[in-house]
Design a protein around this ligand. Structure first.
Ligand SMILES: Cc1ncc(COP(=O)(O)O)c(C=O)c1O
Length: 477
């Protein structure tokens, strides 16, 4: 099977879209996969001589930048079809010493900002393609956004989801009328399958972060932010494939050039950071992460060239900070967000953005689609990171009442016991018993009081926790 595309011109048609090519050529072009393109195998470099079908909109050899005009066109077209989400001042502002505003994109109908780009990409399809339909590979938010707006606009949508996709996500897309194909051991394979199907069935492949119309659609968030918060000092944007960053940065830097653009990645999926080190997108293995929306192994080619010149700082955050941010957003803002949506706050809480103390900062709460069990675990991890959920082992007397005394002490302190067990077989002293406790305190001061009291009362106490959100705390002090 020959590749369906390459090359600078053979699959390129000029449309009304104004998407400029990067490499010094200022001709305004858009690339169109199906329809008018012609195949010319002579022009296909050797590296493309494989079974693989390439995405004509995302070509590593000639990446495309989007312009401010693309974003404003998107804003005009999608207006009325998506939610203009609020951007209130956060209750966390005083605690962190910043004027923090939270852009609540999780309030979109399908729970994430992905609807913006999806709707715009669908509206920009040539009429013939609207009838044939689109296809994409996605594990989550993009699939839902595309399926929902396909349904609203009466455009057939196929999504290929890898076998690991949760039943809930598959079901959601089906409920929006999409054809869902569950195939492929991972996202890379699902994408290969989707691209092959796009060619065989004449469907337009819509990459969820790198398609120029997707980026332009996401950029409309930037326009809204500037209407809601005047002249912010910084806007913090979680980064997966980089489309969200590219779109918003394009909008913000055009209208408010002094505003700093901050990207955030999880330590477990640093594809944009690695691309910056490498001088271009490069495959970066990802580990399982709370921020599954950011788990993209190679950031987008178009997204990279668009975002890089506009980016002021890239931050990589630890997973525990993401968990803690999810907890804080529930407790203080009454917002349920997924890991990717909490990454911006994680960058602040972890101290990576202290230069913005006293300044006006907008952070994007970009999605709220979090699995209920994952959500529960995040809250527990968050409590542990703040030192409010503690584990300790304490050796007490084996005489009757030894464990009761410990429980009484905990009750007097107002500490809530979550789990307790005791062990005797492995202790040197046969008149002692080791008690393992998991407990919850009100706050870190309360935890400090517990530690102090236990150490005064018992000779052998060992804390096994690591409350990383507590400055200066040494593990197993
Ligand atoms: C909730 C959420 N936040 C952020 C992102 C990152 O967006 P992008 O891949 O455009 O960088 C995604 C991507 O799926 C997402 O679902």
């Amino acid at each position: 099977m020959p590749p369906i595309l390459n090359s600078n011109n053979k699959y390129t048609t000029t449309t009304e879209s104004k998407i400029s090519r990067l490499n010094g050529n200022d001709e305004l072009k858009d690339v169109h996969q199906n329809g008018e393109h012609t195949s010319n195998r002579d022009q296909i470099p050797d590296s493309f001589e494989s079974e693989e079908v390439l995405d004509p909109f995302c070509n590593a050899e000639s990446p495309q930048k989007i312009s401010f005009h693309d974003v404003t066109s998107a804003a005009f077209l999608i207006k009325g079809g998506i939610v203009e989400t609020p951007c209130p001042r956060s209750h966390i502002s005083d605690e962190i010493g910043m004027e923090l505003y939270l852009k609540e994109e999780f309030l979109q109908f399908t729970g994430s900002f992905k609807e913006r780009g999806a709707r715009y990409a669908l509206l920009k399809l040539p009429e013939a393609q609207k009838n044939k339909g689109v296809i994409s590979a996605s594990l989550g938010n993009h699939a839902q956004g595309l399926s929902y707006h396909g349904y609203k606009l009466n455009i057939p949508v196929t999504v290929v989801m890898p076998e690991a996709a949760t039943l809930m996500k598959i079901q959601k897309c089906r409920s929006y009328g999409a054809r869902v194909v569950v195939e492929g051991k991972d996202m890379a394979e699902a994408k290969r399958i989707a691209l092959r199907m796009s060619k065989e069935e004449g469907l337009t492949y819509i990459n969820g972060y790198d398609h120029p119309h997707i980026m332009a659609g996401q950029g409309t968030i930037g326009l809204e932010i500037l209407e809601q918060v005047s002249e912010p000092d910084a806007v913090i944007i979680p980064v997966g494939g980089g489309g969200l960053l590219a779109g918003i940065a394009t909008a913000i830097k055009s209208l408010s050039p002094k505003t700093k653009i901050i990207g955030v990645e999880s330590e477990r999926c640093q594809s944009f950071t690695r691309a910056m080190e490498n001088g271009g997108p490069i495959y970066t293995p990802i580990e399982s992460t709370l921020a599954d929306g950011l788990a993209v192994p190679t950031c987008g080619y178009n997204a990279y060239v668009t975002a890089l010149p506009l980016l002021d700082k890239m931050v990589v955050v630890k997973e525990a900070w993401i968990a803690l941010s999810i907890l804080r957003l529930v407790e203080l803002e009454k917002c349920v967000v997924e890991g990717a949506g909490a990454a911006g706050l994680a960058a602040i809480l972890s101290g990576h953005l202290n230069e913005f103390k006293g300044k006006k900062v907008v952070s994007l709460l970009c999605g709220g689609n979090i699995d209920t069990t994952v959500f529960g675990r995040c809250l527990e991890r968050g409590l542990a990171a703040e030192g409010r959920l503690l584990r300790f082992n304490v050796t007490v007397s084996d005489r009757p009442g030894g464990i009761a005394d410990l429980c009484k002490l905990l009750a007097e302190l107002g500490v809530s016991v979550k789990d307790i067990m005791h062990e005797r077989a492995w202790l040197h002293d046969i008149f002692s018993v080791e008690v393992k406790v998991v407990c919850e305190t009100r706050d870190w001061e309360h935890s400090v009081e517990l530690r102090k009291t236990l150490k005064e009362r018992y000779a052998q106490v060992r804390f096994i926790d690591s409350p990383m959100a507590i400055p200066g705390y040494e593990m197993n002090e």
